[in-house]
Design a protein around this ligand. Structure first.
Ligand SMILES: N[C@@H](CCC(=O)NCCCC(=O)O)C(=O)O
Length: 257
């Protein structure tokens, strides 16, 4: 069987007089080496993209983290300079992509900004500067530190019993990293909470009654997927779902011929 393709979200970034559509390498490494799938970068070109054709051609979607925040007006919030940076091109691409992937049952793994996009795409809202809430942890990670320190595993999250993450981890708690300042505020009605931090922050969700794997995590399993078993399990499970989807699609295509 051919290696299944997954579409990977990109950030639109201006530098060297061009707009570039880019994604950080750890997501690509984890997709190839741990999930066993072939990542294809999806440019953030919003309405110019034929997402239905894309989703006929790939067997999974991976939404990456990013420093940028989802534009607040998309969930009834107030945009502000402090709340930025924003990436309108990415929002215009990922939000419709999520809705279509969920509708079609294309496996979806949404990481950090990704879980926030998943929540907004399905009608939920986000809270900002969550470290300032009474009793909250600082989920941003050490500022200005080197990458291994910023992405160090330093937080415990409680996994909901009987959910899809409980099946993936087979344990009620998991140690994770954390590099974010926003979080799920009101969860979309179609999302199930799969894990929470000790300060109540939503750490993982899944889409209720999804036709395929549709999971969001607020932490960064891509960063340690090569050496941390819990991080690896998420990418392995996503890879398994992608392969199942590919096998199902190829059976349907053969039957249609
Ligand atoms: N901007 C949002 C999303 C958090 C996120 O995706 N973080 C990844 C950051 C990558 C980096 O800084 O290197 C938030 O802050 O909540």
């Amino acid at each position: 069987m051919r290696t299944p393709l997954i579409a990977v979200s990109t950030d639109a970034k201006d530098f060297e007089k061009y707009t570039w559509h880019a994604t950080p390498q750890p997501y690509l490494d984890a997709a190839i080496s741990t999930a066993g799938v072939l990542p294809v970068l999806l440019p953030s070109l919003g309405e110019k993209l034929d997402l239905d054709s894309l989703l006929e051609s790939v067997d999974g979607v991976l939404l990456t983290g990013s420093k940028s925040n989802v534009y607040p007006a998309l969930y009834g919030g107030e945009p502000s300079e402090e709340n930025g940076p924003y990436d309108h091109a990415r929002d215009a691409t990922t939000l419709p992509l999520i809705r279509k992937a969920v509708e079609r049952g294309v496996p979806l793994l949404a990481i950090c900004r990704g879980i926030q996009e998943l929540n907004v795409a399905l009608g939920g809202t986000l809270a900002t500067e969550i470290q300032e809430r009474e009793g909250a942890f600082d989920h941003r990670g050490p500022q200005e530190a080197e990458q291994d320190t910023r992405f160090a595993i330093r937080q415990t999250v409680k996994v909901a019993p009987n959910g899809c993450l409980a099946r993936i981890f087979d344990t009620s708690e998991v140690r994770v990293n954390s590099v974010h300042r926003q979080g799920v505020d009101t969860p979309a009605a179609s999302l199930e909470i799969e894990a929470v931090a000790d300060d109540g922050t939503v750490e993982a969700v899944s889409v209720k009654n999804a036709a395929g794997f549709a999971v969001g995590v607020q932490w960064h399993p891509e960063y340690w997927a090569h050496k941390d078993s819990a991080s690896a399990r998420i990418f392995e499970s996503f890879g398994d779902a992608v392969r199942r989807h590919a096998a199902k699609r190829s059976k349907t295509n053969i039957a249609a011929e």
